[in-house]
Design a binder for this molecule. Structure first.
Ligand code: G3H
Ligand code: 13P
Ligand code: NA
Ligand code: ZN
Length: 328
């Protein structure tokens, strides 16, 4: 059934686990997530970015998720809008039937100018007022995703702050977070702790100076009842990078967020963990391998099947690693 995200996050908090929130753009990704959830008895958060809506089209995306709900009636599913850039976009998603929306007021609607605190409070509060009347959950964001190695905002998907940032911008302040939560009444808070979107997060396996789980703990200490969200939380498995390179891909050395760091963060209030890149890597590795090993094949079903299988493997692993397995 389609459920509100608040319901799932409250349950996760009560039982001390985290829920991976996977981005979806097409049929095979939706199927992979549902097969993984079904096999592990996990609750599902599927999220659609602006890029996803542009790629697939609103109606296709919505009906794909509705098809997932219909095909797996016993699994709770959240249809979440990822990174809404304005209250109008969130309103549109709510009208389309999304059960959860993210108002990302950390940036202005251009997606690259850092917003001031008052602007963020105002737009987030506006979405909360509109959404809560309808039982729709709201995620907000305070702080700017970006790299503590380069002090650059996150740019890989064309959405992220311009220019060189300060430590204050790249790490969410616990005291300001408390004011933000009180004034907006949001349901879930995305925080900045050194993660960024895409495959190129860290040039080495991250240590505490460039990935601050310490900051998660500080925010949780100040806001023990707020559901925290980690964006940019793909782990970028080295074996997937190796497989991509082995079969003709060209990806530079890079590191993601280690699963054990996410597991630590889950002990301190993180309930939603956003993952897109790992699914992209898994599907690309599988497709490269298949086409390399079967150069005579041309039926898309033949290479999309192993791609779907590889995506499912990632999802099963995260459901188990974050403790969501068995909780649906
Ligand atoms: O917000 C980042 C997600 O990975 C979505 O990426 O904007 O390329 O769809 P996208
Ligand atoms: P990754 O790029 O690390 O998968 O992050 C996805 C994300 O945060 C979507 O909002
Ligand atoms: Na989101
Ligand atoms: Zn994100």
């Amino acid at each position: 059934a389609l459920v509100s995200m608040r319901q799932l996050l409250d349950h996760a908090a009560e039982h001390g686990y985290g829920i991976p929130a996977f981005n979806v753009n097409n049929l095979e990704q939706v199927q992979a997530i549902m097969e993984a959830a079904s096999e592990t008895d996990s609750p599902v958060i599927m999220q659609a970015s602006a890029g996803a809506r542009k790629y697939a089209g609103e109606a296709f995306l919505r009906h794909l998720i509705e098809a997932a709900v219909e095909s797996y009636p016993n699994i709770p599913v959240v249809m979440h809008q990822d990174h809404g850039q304005s209250p109008e976009i969130c309103k549109g998603a709510i009208e389309l039937g999304f059960s959860s929306v993210m108002m990302d007021g950390s940036l202005l609607p251009d997606g690259k100018t850092i917003a001031d605190f008052e602007y963020n409070v105002e737009v987030t509060r506006k979405v909360v007022d509109m959404a809560h009347k309808l039982g729709v959950t709201v995620e907000g964001e305070l702080g700017c995703l970006g790299s503590l190695e380069t002090m650059q905002g996150d740019k890989e998907d064309g959405h992220g702050a311009d220019g060189v940032l300060t430590l204050d911008q790249l790490l969410t302040d616990p005291e300001q977070a408390a004011e933000f939560v009180t004034r907006t009444q949001l349901d879930a808070l995305a925080i900045a702790i050194g993660t960024s979107h895409g495959a190129y997060k860290f040039t080495r396996k991250p240590t505490g100076d460039i990935l601050s789980i310490e900051r998660v703990k500080e925010i949780h200490r100040r806001l023990p009842n707020t559901h925290l969200v980690m964006h940019g939380s793909s782990s970028v498995p080295q074996e997937l990078l190796a497989e991509i390179r082995q079969f003709g891909g060209d990806m530079k050395e890079t590191y993601g967020v280690p699963v054990e760091e996410i597991q630590e963060a889950i002990k301190y209030g993180v309930r939603k963990v956003n993952i897109d890149t790992d699914i992209r890597l898994a599907m690309t590795a599988a497709i490269r391998r298949f086409l390399f090993e079967n150069p005579e094949k041309f039926d898309p079903r033949e290479y999309l099947k192993p791609a779907r299988e590889a995506a499912k493997k990632v999802c099963v692993a995260r459901y188990q690693q974050f403790g969501a397995a068995g909780q649906a």
